[in-house]
Design a protein around this ligand. Structure first.
Ligand code: SF4
Ligand code: SF4
Length: 191
């Protein structure tokens, strides 16, 4: 867990960040730093910024630091923090907005996570379920193909245990989920 003190005089801050992030920026200003979100978050131990700390940085306008963090990509959208926040802040939806902002800005630190998300949704869109081998191929091609060599040992172990099958069996339903994905994109204003 990070414990270092933030030197506010040494970072660039944008006081309007909180309003750009949420149509109701006042909600985010209501955070009382109780830490319930961090205590509830199953991914917090792996995050570079804990949720409580991240919301304080949002209030302080530390846009660059928040968008560069791996924490937003480790959020699994489980809603634990949101349902437990005593101030009723829509935390999970706001993390999704942070992801969209990082994506739009093509933040370098997010490249691998974006490649992971896109490869995952591409496969689910095609088949309605995961095909691990195709997912891995898409992920490495989108991200850093050379990094695949570092996972060769793990891949072979998974294959030997039947967790990943090399033959990529043909599954029914290809293209059946296009309409669903298009509707979601429409609802999110992406079309
Ligand atoms: S649970 Fe809500 S009020 Fe408490 S620190 Fe997290 S965001 Fe702030
Ligand atoms: S929604 Fe994200 S940040 Fe909130 S508890 Fe779940 S994983 Fe953690």
């Amino acid at each position: 867990m990070p414990t270092e003190v933030i030197n506010l005089t040494a970072v660039k801050r944008d006081p309007n960040f909180v309003d750009r992030l949420s149509p109701d920026g006042d909600l985010l200003r209501r955070c009382i730093q109780c830490g319930t979100c961090t205590a509830s978050c199953p991914a917090a131990p792996a995050m570079d910024l804990t949720p409580r700390r991240m919301w304080r940085m949002v209030q302080l306008g530390m846009e660059e630091e928040v968008l560069r963090s791996k924490a937003i990509w480790l959020c699994s959208i489980c809603y634990q923090c949101q349902v437990r926040c005593p101030r009723g802040i829509p935390l999970t939806e706001t993390i999704t907005r942070l992801k969209e902002m990082a994506l739009a800005r093509e933040v370098a630190a997010s490249r691998e996570s974006v490649a992971f998300y896109k490869a995952f949704t591409d496969v689910v869109r095609r088949y309605g379920r995961m095909r691990e081998m195709e997912f891995m191929v898409r992920y490495f091609l989108r991200g850093n193909p050379l990094s695949a060599f570092g996972f060769a040992g793990l891949g072979l172990t998974l294959m030997s245990r039947g967790k990943v099958r090399p033959e990529m069996p043909k599954l029914g339903g290809e293209g059946r989920f296009d309409k669903l994905f298009e509707r979601v994109a429409e609802l999110e204003g992406l079309k």
